[in-house]
Ligand binder design. Structure first.
Ligand SMILES: Nc1ncnc2c1ncn2[C@@H]1O[C@H](COP(=O)(O)OP(=O)(O)O)[C@@H](O)[C@H]1O
Ligand SMILES: [Mg+2]
Length: 397
């Protein structure tokens, strides 16, 4: 156990230049990523972008066309899945329906610690050491099942379990091996919304308790934002950005990342630079810190919470007609049609303001200084720092 812990303590994962095509269609295109020992890293991206393919390559279930994978500083490209110090939890859980929970959980340990002969039903038991190893495996299965609160289910078959219980068994089957790295492929996607929230917390707690590296795949931005130390955003077979959830939200590298994170989605408005530091957008004028060439086109990104009601039209204030209001408990979402945009602008406002907002009325929304982002025509964010809207006072000086 001590050796196991020492080995686990060094278990980062390095991915270098991984590419993969299926039927000559490129799916992964030169992915490189260093995942730190003990880190909770989430691969986030839309369905079909290649997340599962990358995870399966790390597990050894799929062969890359080029590039290398290192686990704990050791190249694993030539190792079979069971020889790699990783364990995978599949989206479908992949439990064997004819085996009990106990047998399902014991399987990876049996495959690893018993020879093919020792695994034979009758002869195996007669071979030396089979009984001792089998007893150790049983103890480990029971210990893990207790830790996950499923020890009362060990004699059940998967078909007799709820979705949440099956999910725990799948996690337990990965845990019994004490892997250095957990690979989880959308493990919560088959659960209902309430259970998903609960299991999110449980997986995070499991990560904290085990202290080993987790690589977690999801298309759900809330899961990525709430669980991860860092998020790697995958788009079109490449990594668009790798950063902490806060950085990804506040400083997205490009507009596709900005659109992927945040609910409701970030507002994107086409704007034109007029004179130094001034933009026209949706018929209004906006002062920004960035120095842009006059006449150049940019896209302005404004999060729904970066807008607040204003009494008058003016600098840094957008004016439009209220389409409708959505109530979501403490907040309301005001959908406002503004000139030059086919999509309504969405503002997140305190629910106390509901009586001030009637459909079809003209409303003014002041843009908050923080979180206003500028994207160039190629989608990249214009500058490294936030493109902050200059307050009216300093602009007038
Ligand atoms: N074994 C395979 N053969 C052919 N195409 C595949 C195979 N596995 C995945 N793909 C294709 O690769 C793309 C990425 O798949 P996948 O990695 O499962 O994406 P994600 O997990 O992000 O939804 C999809 O278009 C999928 O159809
Ligand atoms: Mg997938």
């Amino acid at each position: 156990m001590a050796t196991q812990m020492m080995r686990n303590a060094l278990a980062g994962v390095s991915i270098h230049g991984i590419s993969k095509s299926f039927d000559s269609a490129p799916i992964l295109n030169g992915i490189s990523l260093d995942i730190r020992d003990g880190e909770f890293l989430t691969l986030l991206g839309p369905s079909g972008c290649g997340k599962s393919t990358l995870l399966r390559i790390i597990a050894g279930l799929e062969q890359q066309d080029c590039g290398t994978i290192e686990v704990a500083g050791v190249k694993v490209d030539r190792l079979r899945p069971k020889q790699r110090d990783v364990a995978m939890v599949f989206q479908s859980y992949a439990l064997y329906p004819h085996m009990t929970v106990s047998e399902n959980m014991a399987l990876p340990l049996k495959m690893r610690r018993l020879s093919a002969w020792q695994r034979l039903p009758v002869i195996g038991a007669l071979l030396p050491k089979t009984c001792a190893v089998s007893a150790e495996i049983k103890t480990e299965v029971v210990r893990t099942a207790k830790a996950l609160g499923i020890d009362h289910l060990l004699a059940h078959k998967p078909g007799q379990l709820s979705g949440g219980q099956r999910q725990r068994v799948a996690v337990g089957r990965a845990m019994v091996r004490h892997p250095a790295v957990f690979l989880m492929d959308e493990p919560l996607s088959n659960l209902d919304a309430k259970l998903r929230v609960q299991m999110r917390g449980e997986i995070k707690e499991l990560h904290r308790r085990l202290g080993v590296t987790f690589i977690y795949v999801t298309h759900d931005q809330t899961e990525a934002m709430t669980m991860s130390d860092r998020i790697a955003v995958m788009l079109n077979g490449q990594l668009a950005q790798v950063a902490s959830p806060r950085q990804i939200y506040a400083c997205p590298a490009d507009r596709r990342v900005a659109e992927l994170i945040g609910s409701p989605k970030i507002n994107l408005l086409e704007a034109t630079a007029r004179s130094e530091g001034l933009l026209t957008v949706a018929g209004s004028a906006l002062a920004v810190d960035n120095k842009l060439d006059s006449g150049s086109s940019v896209t302005l990104g404004i999060r729904p919470e970066s807008l607040q009601p204003a009494e008058w039209a003016g600098l840094n204030t957008l004016t439009g007609r209220l389409r409708y209001v959505e109530h979501v408990g403490a907040d309301l979402f005001a959908h406002v049609d503004v000139p030059g945009s086919s999509e309504p602008l969405v503002a997140r406002l305190p629910v106390e303001l509901a009586s001030n907002f009637q459909s079809d009325q003209i409303v003014h929304l002041q843009i908050r200084r923080e979180q206003v982002l500028l994207f160039s025509a190629d989608g990249r964010r214009v500058s490294e720092g936030d493109a902050r809207v200059t307050p009216l006072r300093s602009y007038a000086q």
